[in-house]
Write a protein that binds this ligand. Structure first.
Ligand code: AVJ
Length: 319
């Protein structure tokens, strides 16, 4: 028989932090402070991101949709037959759904860190596609080392749209591409990549007139409070987005509007006015640079298609 659970005399703040809490605490104590962009995506953050994709300034989603509209047939031909489609950062699953008619997967494995948001999307999909085997995984896909049991290991297509790969620094992007290739089993990768362009186009996309991106960035502090039991006051912070051309990335930060003290069980940090917490990088590529990255990861048979303005590209590559 199991021993009855010990009564919990231990105060909350004396308990060992979870891996997520430890990660947040370490980032907050770093100089400069940083928080991983995955913390942008609680349920509200995922809804805000979906709203962002509809903003006139946020061009990537529309450019990518245009590419699939215009070049869908050629893309599907390059991809070839697909048994299972693995959707990295699936969100509302709408992008994958638009490809089902062309790619015709038998299994669909959407992976997204926002598990509740994903579940709602999957319920919709199951009604519309009763023949499709849908196996959702509510996890951060950068942490996933093995796919769920039952995913056929032939003709796998990894679908990595929306330029999410841009969140990773070049070293981590290469490592991620190598890991994807190792799991492809003769299949391939379809990945969306945002391109280098003037900062007059890039910066408004990450600092829109309606301030939805500001809300998206600031909401991260609410999510952090709920995970870390910290006491961030959203009103103390302001959204900053800028194009760092030397590093070819748009950066998002949260900047203290006054002197701020933030506490959590077992720790605290003081910020001066103007201090920043780095919350996201969104790397921009030239087609040549991204081709090189795919090649270094071991992919071959690399093709890409672009929108009419050359702002965004979709790459297809074989393992
Ligand atoms: C979902 C990572 C592709 O980098 O453009 C949108 C996230 N951040 N606005 C991006 C985001 C601010 C987005 N990705």
């Amino acid at each position: 028989m199991l021993a009855p659970a010990a009564p919990s005399f231990v105060a909350d703040d004396a308990q060992a932090p979870s891996p997520e809490q430890a990660e947040l605490r370490d980032g907050l104590l770093d100089d400069p402070a940083h928080i991983d962009p995955k913390f942008l995506y609680d349920a509200l953050g995922s809804s805000l991101f979906t709203a962002i994709t509809q903003l006139p300034e946020y061009y990537p989603t529309r450019c990518e949709a245009e590419i699939f509209q215009t070049h869908g047939q050629n893309i599907a031909r390059h991809v070839g037959p697909v048994q299972s489609m693995i959707d990295l950062g699936a969100g509302d699953c709408v992008k994958a759904e638009r490809l089902f008619a062309r790619v015709r997967p038998k299994h669909y494995i959407p992976i997204d860190i926002s598990a509740d948001y994903l579940q709602a999307a999957v319920e919709r999909l199951r009604l519309s596609y009763p023949e499709l085997n849908v196996t959702p995984v509510g996890q951060d896909f950068s942490q996933i080392l093995a796919l769920p049991a039952g995913v056929p290991d032939a003709q796998r297509l990894f679908f990595y749209p929306g330029s999410s790969i841009g969140n990773l620094n070049p070293e981590n992007a290469l490592a991620m591409l190598k890991r994807i290739r190792a799991q492809c089993d003769g299949g391939g990768l379809l990945v969306g990549v945002d391109r280098v362009k003037p900062k007059q186009v890039l910066e408004p996309a990450y600092d829109d007139a309606l301030h939805l991106t500001a809300a998206f960035n600031l909401n991260l502090l609410r999510h952090v409070n709920s995970v870390l039991n910290s006491d961030f006051d959203v009103a103390d912070w302001r959204h900053v987005a800028l194009f760092n051309s030397a590093r070819s990335r748009v950066e998002m930060h949260l900047e203290a509007q006054r002197a701020v003290r933030v506490s959590w069980p077992g720790g605290k940090r003081e910020f001066r006015i103007g201090d920043r917490i780095h919350t996201e990088n969104s790397y921009k590529f030239t087609p040549q640079a991204f081709s090189d990255l795919l090649q270094r990861a071991g992919f071959q048979d690399i093709a890409h298609w672009s929108d009419s303005r050359g702002w965004f590209s979709v790459f297809s590559a074989r393992a």
